[in-house]
Design a binder for this molecule. Structure first.
Ligand SMILES: *Cc1c(COP(=O)(O)O)cnc(C)c1O
Length: 369
């Protein structure tokens, strides 16, 4: 049986159709702005999300860095979640490379930052303080959809204090699928319909793009990863106004992200946006299937997944017994991570049989250890 790799949605292999699109892509030197495949990818996502311009970058980390540095000057400050990628998981790049001070805030249980905490963190104009310049949110955050009314309220609050708003939307389309699903009354079948073709998913492409656009339009800039659930081998895109993207473009060059004939990579991204958006609903269905399959194990607490990430906490006796779980899973062809909590992520290279195998291996472990 092939390995069921649930470590992350970054582990996917490009599909045959994606590889064909890459092989056929027209390319040029993007530092001269000459790459037609990059230009069309940038135009495509900017149009989908309602922005003037966009910038293709190799990674989400670089996309967020270019975004933060395009919003903030040296000595400015951004308000950010304590566990947000742009604070915790990017090597401190905004501070190291941008001289931008983070102001981290604790998350609420639903992943939001309390409006009162945001407001209290905004510094008055006083020589003692860094200049609070930006609010950065992340959606999905830890696999959770931030409620749209919260996103609107938090970004309105930031705007009313003169702050810019940046979204780390690494998994924006997972958020949009969850939001579209909620609007449709959660009427989505539990079994994946298809693992390859968005045409067969329960929520339409148009409905998902509409929700992605509604989320994105609360922000001045949005970063989206192509290399997560969308299944491209590489790449993120930063969207914003033409002026903002011009500043980010200069910073991208400065940090070494000016690539040349990278249209072969952009073609993978365009293919992903055309063919892998609506199928994200399948990943969400598989995450629920995994969560359902793990019910009823003593000491194994499964957080009900809203998107494609399942977190599992071990309590009581299961906590000590859980120590050997990850190596045990690996020896049975199932990969997972447990840096802060046990985490299982679904994606286009996992199917229902793989999830059922993972469930039975996990259940067997706890029943015998
Ligand atoms: C993966 C991810 C990023 C960017 O990661 P890269 O590995 O640099 O592409 C940014 N934010 C979030 C929330 C992510 O999950």
């Amino acid at each position: 049986m092939k390995t069921v790799d649930l470590r992350s949605d970054t582990v996917t292999q490009p599909t045959a159709a994606m590889r064909a699109a890459m092989a056929a892509a027209p390319v040029g030197d993007d530092v001269f702005g000459d790459d037609p495949s990059i230009n069309s990818l940038q135009d495509k996502l900017a149009a989908m999300l309602g922005f003037e311009a966009a910038l293709f970058v190799p990674t989400g980390t670089q996309s967020n860095l270019c975004g933060l540095m395009a919003h903030c000057q040296r000595g400015d400050e951004y308000i950010v979640g304590q566990m947000a990628h742009t604070y915790r998981w990017e090597g401190g790049g905004a501070a190291v490379l941008g001289s931008i001070q983070p102001q981290p805030l604790e998350h609420q249980a639903d992943g939001t930052l309390a409006l009162a905490d945001i407001e209290a963190a905004i510094k008055p104009d006083d020589a003692h303080f860094a200049k609070t310049r930006l609010l950065t949110l992340e959606n999905t955050f830890g696999g959770k959809l931030l409620p749209l009314d919260y996103v609107q309220a938090a970004t309105d609050l930031a705007k009313s204090h003169g702050l810019s708003r940046h979204l780390d939307g690494a998994r924006l389309f997972n958020a949009a699928v969850a939001q579209a699903t909620q609007l449709a009354g959660n009427n989505v079948p539990n079994l994946p319909q298809s693992l390859t073709d968005q045409g067969q998913a329960a929520i339409t492409y148009e409905a998902i793009v509409k929700e992605a656009c509604r989320i994105a339009q609360c922000f001045d800039s949005v970063s989206v990863c192509l290399s997560k659930g969308l299944g491209a081998p590489i790449g993120s895109i930063l969207c914003g106004s033409a002026d903002f993207i011009a500043r980010a473009h200069r910073i991208r060059k400065m940090v070494g992200g000016g690539m040349r004939q990278a249209g072969i990579l952009a073609a993978a991204g365009s293919h992903a946006l055309d063919h892998h958006v609506a199928r994200l609903a399948d990943d969400h269905g598989l995450a629920r299937r995994l969560a359902d399959g793990l019910q009823g194990l003593p000491g194994v607490v499964v957080e009900p997944p809203q998107t494609n990430i399942v977190f599992v906490d071990l309590v009581d006796g299961a906590k000590a017994r859980g120590a050997g779980l990850i190596p045990h899973l690996k020896s049975h062809g199932v990969l997972a991570t447990g840096l802060y909590r046990l985490r299982f992520v679904t994606h286009l290279d996992v199917d229902a049989a793989g999830i059922d195998h993972a469930v039975s291996v996990i259940r067997a472990y706890f029943e015998h250890h």
